[in-house]
Design a protein. Structure first.
Length: 544
């Protein structure tokens, strides 16, 4: 059947998008502040110990008060939650633990009424091994679903290639596993319970479009393409390798015809020279800025701004059309794969001195606030996030400086329930489900760090976050991917966006302000005295 006929049979998605619903432009994503939420750990409305969509709806006042205009929802689809929800068993449903499709519809309506868009995770790289597609394809070689995955009757030569999570159960024995039912090996870049989809299959690609159609009709405004850097990675299996450019061009053309205002954010943690193919000429709208993120952490460890400035310059040089989504921390390990071994070891020495704070030989499993330690450095890096070329991504809890729990396994150290009040029941009246991991005591527990206490404190991290978002809104040029760097001390990062400058001191000692910043009209500043920046000081100012 011709592609146009297939589209007509599926129908045109009913778009329930947020602000500017009449606009077909995707430019909104370049000026948005994205706030990432793991629904299961955000707010519990029914006392069962798990966060849910009604609980998220009840907390939209907090999100609106931040000034956030786009929510990124981590996977909330049916799943066994063996990989934080990325082991999906049905891409067209809602995990019963977090609610129903009707709850999602209500969230879309409530969020859109407040000018808040919704970004969903689009997991095209793999499914759960419990997904109906895999179950059917594994049990019957004649099933049409057999071609949905990547199989080999002989052990592939790269079967011992290191998985994405070396050493973890389900990922310790390479990227191919033997299926007794199928009498064949199947490929899995991640865990053995997450078989890779065959993106080269036209049938799989049509399923991807069906998933997009469904959620756009439900109210999605954007998609974060999970593991986009692995989507069309070579497999060595005849007929299994897709053409990345062709697939992304087709996806953009499809969206342009059916939902042109829907934006795409790509998770592509690859060297800079490989990035243009994901965005040029008009493919993915934004990429997560892994190179600046890694070099920011290294620059903080060495108190030398040069690595960060060099990374920003590299990003500007490699693409012409894409924007960058800057971040400090996500809900995985803080992956330092873009650094050299020597640089990574220096970062470990400063920010993860205990081997238990490290993971996979490349990452850190601490939260950002305890990594920074000094509250002044924490506040400075939050401000710097908004100053970097591109637009910012916050993850729930960063606005108050939540911590971690190193007694938990693997990457779950930073996947903690949101701390709303000092009360032990601030997240849920239950201590079951996700609430069992609620952090109450200690320097970063709910009694010390919570939304309610910071809400009323003008000097809190929460209110600094609100001030930074207001500043970002009032000066939209800050989001430009093209910027000018100010000449400054080796520990000082200075950017200019039109008549606005942003200057940040990465050092724990006093440093001089750039000459251009002296005498400028302050918009937001901390630890600035005359022509000097104090330890971890920062200045936002308007040039006269």
């Amino acid at each position: 059947m011709a592609e146009r006929e297939q589209r007509e049979r599926r129908g045109t998605p009913r778009q329930q998008q947020g602000p500017d619903t009449e606009s077909d432009s995707r430019d909104w994503i370049h000026h948005s502040v994205v706030y990432g939420i793991d629904v299961l750990r955000f707010a519990d409305s029914d006392g069962d110990g798990d966060g849910d969509l009604p609980g998220l709806i009840d907390r939209l006042d907090h999100i609106e008060s931040l000034g956030v205009d786009c929510l990124w929802l981590l996977p909330f689809y049916p799943s066994e939650r063996r990989d934080n929800g990325y082991d999906i068993t049905n891409q067209l449903g809602v995990d019963p633990r977090v609610g129903t499709l009707d709850d999602f519809r209500r969230l879309a309506q409530e969020a859109h009424s407040r000018g808040i868009r919704l970004m969903l995770d689009l997991v095209l790289h793999h499914t759960s091994d419990l997904h109906a597609w895999f179950q059917a394809g594994e049990s019957d070689p004649r099933s049409r679903f057999r071609e949905y995955y990547i199989w080999s009757e002989e052990e592939p030569p790269d079967s011992e290639q290191q998985s994405a999570f070396p050493g973890e159960r389900g990922a310790e024995d390479g990227i191919w596993s033997w299926s007794e039912r199928a009498q064949a090996y199947y490929r899995h870049k991640f865990y053995d319970f997450e078989p890779d989809l065959r993106i080269a299959s036209d049938a799989v690609w049509e399923e991807a479009k069906r998933i997009i159609d469904f959620w756009v009709a439900m109210g999605a405004d954007a998609f974060r393409i999970d593991a986009a850097g692995e989507l069309c990675a070579p497999t060595g299996i005849p007929g299994a390798d897709a053409d990345l450019g062709q697939r992304l061009d087709d996806l953009r053309a499809y969206l342009q015809e059916r939902a042109p205002g829907v934006a795409l954010l790509g998770e592509v943690d690859l060297p800079a020279k490989q990035l243009p193919q994901y965005v040029e000429p008009d493919r993915i709208d934004q990429l997560l800025a892994f190179l600046p993120n890694n070099n920011l952490t290294y620059a903080l460890a060495t108190e030398d701004a040069e690595p960060l400035l060099r990374a920003v310059s590299t990003h500007e040089a490699v693409t012409k059309h894409a924007g960058w989504r800057q971040f400090l921390r996500n809900l995985d390990e803080l992956n330092m794969a873009q650094l050299t071994d020597a640089q990574r070891q220096e970062v470990f020495r400063v920010f993860a001195p205990d081997p238990d704070m490290r993971i996979y030989g490349r990452g850190i499993r601490r939260a950002w606030a305890p990594m920074m330690g000094d509250p002044a450095r924490l506040r400075m890096t939050l401000s710097l996030l908004f100053a970097l070329p591109g637009s910012p991504l916050l993850v729930a809890g960063q606005e108050i400086g939540m911590g971690d729990d190193l007694s938990r396994e693997g990457r779950s150290t930073v996947r903690l329930p949101m701390q709303w009040t000092a009360d032990p029941s601030g997240f849920s009246s239950s201590r079951q489900g996700e609430a069992a991991g609620y952090l109450v005591d200690g320097p970063y527990g709910a009694r010390a760090v919570n939304v309610a206490d910071q809400d009323g404190d003008p000097g809190s991290l929460l209110n600094l976050t609100r001030a930074l978002i207001r500043l970002f809104r009032e000066h939209p040029g800050i989001a430009s991917p093209r910027t000018k760097t100010l000449k400054a001390d080796t520990s000082v990062v200075g950017f200019r966006y039109g008549d606005v400058i942003a200057v940040h001191n990465l050092a724990g000692g006093e440093r001089p302000l750039p000459k251009k910043a002296v005498g400028a009209e302050p918009l937001l500043a901390e630890r600035v005295e005359g022509d000097r920046l104090g330890a971890y000081g920062f200045l936002w100012a308007r040039l006269s």
